[in-house]
Design a protein around this ligand. Sequence first.
Ligand code: ZN
Length: 330
Amino acid sequence: MTPKHFFSRILNGLVGLLSGEIVFRLITRRVICIVVYHDVTKTPYPFSQRHNLNVPPALFETQIGFIKHYFTIISPQQLVDGGYATPAALITFDDGFAGFFDNALPILERLHCPSLLCLNMAPVAGEVFWSGLLAYLYDTDKKFIEYLTASRGRQVDSFLQCTPEDVAGYLASGWVDREKVDQMARHYYGPFATHEHLARIEQGFGVALGNHSYRHYNAVTLSPEALQREYWENEQALAQYSNKIEIFSYPFGQPDTCLNTETHRVLRNAGARVLLYSSGGVMWRTKGSLWNRIGMSEQITDEKKFRRMIVRSILIQPLKGFIRFLSGPR
Ligand SMILES: [Zn+2]
């Protein structure tokens, strides 16, 4: 047995021991659990399917049911203000898939659940959704990978390392038909939020609008000035809606690769009161300006799996922090 297998068996054993209902309630009584969703639809597009970003509506309703069973659901404003009772949960959505409005929102309304929708306003204004375009190129276009390798002089291991210049350079290179790529990318990721959607939910739906940057670029790949611009451009576009809130969720959300102390500084100076990332964890305090989230997926089909996911994250988090500490300051 390798050390990795050994560790994973110990971890699974512990998760099993601690995820019974009574113990689970005990260990999560001071927890704030911020869940993140993307699309909610019966008919996901290839982008959501490939990146496990969709939860079908019936399962979404079941999941909200078991989140409510263990946690009190708070509003985005309560997260900003602090001082609520635990165990608490906040329901968040990133990107602005049309499925949020068509399928998730009627369920949230019926169950009286407030939520946070973090938007990139470029696609709302009609631009291509950059992250969907990048994923389309990275997942399906061999020539894009060749272009990246040639322009960098080495292989790129993850699409998270791709910069706006990489994509723009490829589209301007003459290697591809730009308009066709744009069209194919839109078919890859599917329909998005419109101004009509946003006007409809401005009042009375319990939805606050957060900032997810204007174009969904990876914050770490941008200069401080460019990151500030991405934040501000989005703030300005969101400002026409009275349900906007000063919460920023990091595009892609992975610690170190997509956020660091420098990006926190730039965004806080630009006006963000709360920063959200997504490293699959829950939190233990009720005030602060940097919060982790845990992604919900269609694999979480029952309460037991939900409890196991939370317990696993609680056990793994200190280890991730320790590894980050060992790898030095960033
Ligand atoms: Zn996103």
